[in-house]
Write a protein that binds this ligand. Structure first.
Ligand SMILES: *[C@@H]1O[C@H](CO)[C@@H](O)[C@H](O)[C@H]1NC(C)=O
Ligand SMILES: *[C@@H]1O[C@H](CO)[C@@H](O)[C@H](O)[C@H]1NC(C)=O
Ligand SMILES: *[C@@H]1O[C@H](CO)[C@@H](O)[C@H](O)[C@H]1NC(C)=O
Length: 189
């Protein structure tokens, strides 16, 4: 490997020890939601559980999606930081291939590659299971997953079913972290 690749691997290893999800080999290719309808998926989703992501540090994490006139999706993520301040970020999502509508990509920063956003399962009105995985040099991959809900809590039955889907996708559900969705008044309008 070239020096910069070694550096990159070291950086990612550091990221892994900081809580990200780093694995040898290529990304799994889980099945996604059939006949996904992005219009029905719009609106606000609350984070119930997630695989660790260093870029999310607060509580009460939520995402609000809305369709833009050009067919792309406006993404607005918000959370409450430990100091009580609201942290929010704006991005754009899009379906890359109309024949695979449940596979989106989301970008937050100019010049930074878009992140994959795969909707593995959703009923649109209560739960959604989202998976994101990126391959590096065909050597290893880093993945993220989110269990989302239309309200700040979700039944253990549904959570259990979504865990089963993640397990089938090759994700170790023991790595999931439960999100804190209490004391979120600052984000309610
Ligand atoms: C997607 O959902 C919207 C809103 O419910 C509906 O109007 C539209 O017909 C659906 N599209 C398809 C392809 O089913
Ligand atoms: C879109 O997806 C279909 C079905 O998986 C595939 O056959 C086609 O090559 C894809 N198109 C592009 C532009 O990637
Ligand atoms: C969640 O946040 C609330 C309010 O800030 C706090 O009182 C509670 O201890 C937190 N719960 C956990 C499990 O961290």
């Amino acid at each position: 490997m070239k020096t910069f690749q070694v550096l990159f691997v070291l950086l990612l290893t550091a990221a892994a020890t900081d809580g990200q999800s780093f694995h040898i080999g290529n990304c799994p290719q889980p099945s996604v939601q059939e006949d996904f309808n992005v219009t029905k998926y719009m609106g606000t989703w609350y984070e119930i559980e997630k695989l660790p992501a260093v870029f999310e540090k607060g509580k009460c994490s939520q995402a609000t999606y809305s369709l833009l006139p050009d067919g792309t999706v406006s993404v607005h993520n918000a959370e409450i930081l430990s100091n009580g301040k609201i942290n929010s970020i704006q991005g754009v999502g899009k379906v890359e291939n109309a024949s695979q509508p449940a596979i989106l990509s989301v970008g937050f920063f100019k010049g930074v590659p878009d992140a994959p956003y795969w909707v593995l399962s959703t009923d649109y009105h209560s739960y959604a299971l989202v998976y994101s995985c990126a391959d590096y040099f065909r050597l290893f991959h880093v993945d993220f997953a989110w269990i989302l809900a239309r309200t700040r809590e979700l039944s253990q039955d549904v959570i259990g079913q979504l865990h089963d889907k993640l397990t089938a996708a090759g994700v170790n559900v023991n790595r999931l972290i439960v999100s804190n969705q209490t004391g979120c008044d600052a984000l309610e309008q």
